[in-house]
Design a protein around this ligand. Structure first.
Ligand code: FAD
Length: 286
């Protein structure tokens, strides 16, 4: 099933992101959590690629397993870090053979320790180059990444939206956003993107807060703002995990309701391979 067909039908999509587990206990944990999340009948799930040092094989195997053994519509993440055209063509054959019809195509991040992306061994410089190459094959539904608070390397949000427009013009069928906590950032971004000519659905990315230290790390990495009153609540209970969990989940429930009521085409949850928070949020908004 191509995700763009679901989106065209106007039905709101609910989707979950997983990353390939690195050891035996995290494989078991992921299995249990996918089992819990399957009960929510997600529209699709996605599997990250190369993020956090995972290997290509682990990503491909997990995407294949979820798509073909579990039977959930799967979107594989794929980046062009140091990728040649031959290598990408081979990988696309793999996805096609495994009936994985949905890909989110990304540039990828600079290797650890480097601040500039230098794709000296690859044929692609930006995600839009990769999207153009894949689109020509006419086999896949393609998603691209969007940044409501601008990509950290972009000079302005307007520049970044122009780059997003290029990705859509080259063939992206929809956009999934970076995580954010302030919905006005998302709605302003969608508004600016529409004015710039980006017509495809823009699905917001949601990360439930369950751990204050971890979320501070992510927000620093992605240059994402947390509303001041939420920070204050989290800070005053930072050593109380149960209270932090409740604050985070209550916040996400309100955030998701507001997004859906005000026209977001769906919700994409960054689950971090855990199910509890997503299940609690989802059950409350369904
Ligand atoms: P691009 O769209 O190529 O943009 C990168 C930067 O270049 C931006 O600042 C943009 O403004 C600028 N730019 C674009 N085109 C041009 C141009 N023609 N000229 C000048 N500047 C230009 N990373 C992983 O490693 N694995 C994953 O699985 C993964 N999944 C992700 C999923 C989502 C939903 C999101 C939002 C991000 C994900 N990432 C992943 C992170 C992503 O790889 C990084 O954010 C990366 O730094 C940028 O990727 P991109 O596809 O947005 O790049």
């Amino acid at each position: 099933m191509k995700i763009k067909d679901l989106l065209v039908s106007g039905e709101k999509t609910f989707s979950f992101e997983f990353f390939p587990p690195k050891n035996y206990s995290s494989i078991l944990e992921l299995g249990i959590n996918i089992g819990q999340l399957m009960k929510l009948s997600p529209s699709f799930v996605s599997v990250t690629y190369g993020a956090g040092g995972s290997t290509q094989d682990a990503s491909f195997n997990l995407a294949d397993y979820i798509n073909n053994k579990i039977g959930l519509t799967t979107m594989a993440h794929y980046t062009c870090v140091n990728a040649t055209k031959e290598k990408v063509a081979q990988d696309l054959d793999f996805f096609h053979e495994k009936n994985i019809e949905n890909l989110i195509l990304l540039r990828g991040d600079p290797p650890k320790g480097e601040t500039k992306f230098n794709n000296k061994d690859g044929d692609f410089h930006f995600a839009s180059d990769l999207i153009e190459f894949v689109e020509k094959q006419n086999r896949f539904c393609i998603a691209a990444a969007g940044y409501p608070e601008a990509h950290p390397e972009a000079e302005t949000l307007e520049d970044d939206i122009e780059r997003l427009k290029q990705k859509v013009d080259k063939g992206a069928d929809f956009v999934v956003t970076q995580l954010f906590f302030d919905n006005t950032c998302y709605f302003d971004f969608v508004d600016k993107a529409r004015k710039a000519g980006v017509k495809v659905p823009i699905i917001p990315g949601i990360m439930p807060i369950t751990n204050f230290k971890q979320i501070k790390k992510f927000t620093n990495m992605f240059a994402t703002k947390i509303p001041e009153d939420l920070i204050q609540q989290l800070e005053s209970h930072q050593d109380d995990l149960a209270k932090t969990y409740k604050i985070g989940v209550d916040f996400a429930i309100k955030q998701c309701r507001d997004l859906i009521v005000n026209g977001a085409p769906g919700l994409h949850f960054y689950t971090l391979n855990k199910s509890r928070a997503t299940v609690d949020i989802f059950s409350s908004i369904k």
